[in-house]
Design a protein around this ligand. Sequence first.
Ligand SMILES: O=c1ccn([C@H]2C[C@H](O)[C@@H](COP(=O)(O)OP(=O)(O)OP(=O)(O)O)O2)c(=O)[nH]1
Length: 195
Amino acid sequence: MQKYLKLIIISSKYYIIMILSDKRILEEIDKGTIIIEPFNPDCLGTNSYDVHLGKYLATYKDRVLDAKAHNKVEHFEIPKEGYVLQPGTLYLGVTLEYTETHAHIPFLEGKSSTGRLGIDIHATAGKGDVGFCNTWTLEISCAQPVRIYAGMPIGQLIYFMVEGSIGTLYNTKSNAKYNNKTTKPVESMMWKNKF
Ligand SMILES: O=c1ccn([C@H]2C[C@H](O)[C@@H](COP(=O)(O)OP(=O)(O)OP(=O)(O)O)O2)c(=O)[nH]1
């Protein structure tokens, strides 16, 4: 019985997950620990903030990508009448919003409404790092052809509490790959990893 109780205590400690509420996000913005630019109070959800699609997209120049190589991209602007995404192509997009998160773990998630159009906005990694200060690159794919527009709501940021103190913030990491401030999507920098 005692052993059983201990396990519950261990597992409940392990699984405590705290996501910031709307009021708490606003408090953190007031303190400057969260920055979202531009910020619109209408985009604040109950426990998230809606982000929008920036005007630039990018696609890789080569059809076959090489994880060891620097795969180059071509950037283009989404026209006013929108741009039709095609299945089978990876598009890199970017959030309109520039964000800084100094004391929490930001996560980029899709929106139900984009998901229901068959649009994925990240291929695998929605997690951000404490200290990430930049626009977010989106790894966009679609289930069927779909027209998208610059400025449309594309995802939401949620903020997790951190357990433990931080040794190195992302924006101070010398080998961080995505620290250069940009308003355009950034291609994979996997080639900088040594493997
Ligand atoms: O869909 C995403 C997910 C993350 N990020 C940003 C936030 C994150 O802080 C940063 C780095 O992400 P991650 O640590 O997953 O990338 P990495 O490939 O491990 O790069 P690094 O070695 O720089 O950590 O990229 C995005 O722009 N888009």
